[in-house]
Ligand binder design. Structure first.
Ligand code: PBG
Length: 328
């Protein structure tokens, strides 16, 4: 009695498809991670992340110019220190690798946003995200001792000129500790992007090569979240909201699109970032190198799915390539 309902009418003409498209990507959505190392005139390729390198500070100018010319608004920095120790002291040194890199980038380009990852795993000799001891009866990261050095680290990043800090260590009370440390030192204007729901994920593998940050014993299961848990993410997020996070993040992204959606629905009032992590990038690169998958279409589809799920911002190793694909 009724005519067939035909959704295909809106798919027949490319201009109609353009008109009804619900999700669009723009280079403005992207934050590009950079790996910075000590030394002179070195560009050390990261084997598991084709196209990405550890760069020395003197090699930043051309990189930064390229990022800007592609319309990417922000970078997030990871550092490989010269010396690692038990408390990650390079992480809060005035002349630490990150502090030097922030200064250098702000000199090259005052406009590009510089975000710093606030964590210790790249800086400790044991590779854990804070101070480790056996005070609770097992060898574990000491939450409250770590909060104190996280405060020092965040302040030193702000003093170096960082525009935003992004704590990724999953310590309890981290956002409140960092907010009050920044406020007390005259950095009440610096926003905090919290890795609010960060999972204990195998997808970080290539990053740990890139940043030389694998734990030397055990794993991160006592501080990062169990991949099996979704409801718990809402608790983590709620705490960070109450503690004053300005931007929330879900990490990884691709296997956690449900979490991105739930966090967005729980907190539509806050911007949400998704971290399209190293393993998600490397899988596409490896399959594409074998001719098994169309790299451009796959990567753009992944990035689109993260926005469709509810992310406003995407931290991605595809930022430069995706910006080029979107432009051409
Ligand atoms: C911790 C940190 C990690 C990543 C970003 N910040 C690694 C970890 O938790 O082991 C991973 C990012 C990626 O895989 O791309 N400082």
């Amino acid at each position: 009695m009724f005519p067939i309902i035909r959704p295909r009418r809106l798919r027949r003409h490319p201009k109609i498809r353009d008109l009804v498209r619900e999700t669009t990507l723009s280079p403005n959505d992207f934050i590009l991670p950079l790996f910075i190392r000590h030394g002179e005139n070195e560009v050390v390729p990261i084997a598991s992340m084709p196209g990405h390198n550890q760069l020395t500070i003197d090699r930043l100018p051309e990189e930064i110019k390229e990022i800007e010319s592609l319309g990417i608004p922000a970078v997030i920095l990871f550092g490989i220190p010269e010396h690692k120790d038990a408390v990650g002291s390079d992480a809060y040194s005035k002349v630490g690798i990150i502090q030097q890199a922030v200064k250098a980038i702000k000199e090259i380009s005052p406009e590009l946003l510089v975000i710093t990852d606030v964590c210790f795993c790249e800086f400790t000799d044991h590779g854990h995200c804070g101070i480790v001891n056996e005070d609770t009866g097992i060898m574990d990261v000491d939450n409250d001792a770590t909060l104190e050095i996280l405060q020092k680290e965040a302040i030193s990043h702000a003093q170096a000129g960082a525009d935003m800090i992004a704590p990724s260590g999953m310590m309890d009370g981290m956002i409140e500790a960092l907010r009050s440390a920044l406020d007390e030192t005259g950095f009440e204007h610096i926003p905090i992007m919290s890795y609010a729901a960060k999972y204990n994920s195998a997808f970080y593998g290539p990053f740990r090569d890139a940043a030389e940050s694998s734990p030397q014993f055990g794993n991160r299961a006592t501080y990062q979240m169990d991949p099996a848990n979704g409801n718990e993410a809402l608790r983590e997020v709620e705490l960070d909201v109450l503690e004053g996070a300005d931007i929330l993040m879900v990490k990884p992204a691709l296997s956690y699109l449900d979490i991105i959606r739930r966090v967005k629905e729980a907190h539509p009032e806050l911007p949400l970032a998704a971290y399209n992590v190293s393993g998600e990038f490397s899988m596409v690169k490896a399959a594409a190198a074998n001719g098994w998958i169309d790299e451009q279409r796959t990567a753009l589809e992944m990035l689109t799915s993260m926005k469709r799920a509810g992310a406003d911002i995407i931290i991605t190793y595809f930022a430069k390539e995706a910006a080029r694909w979107l432009r051409d």
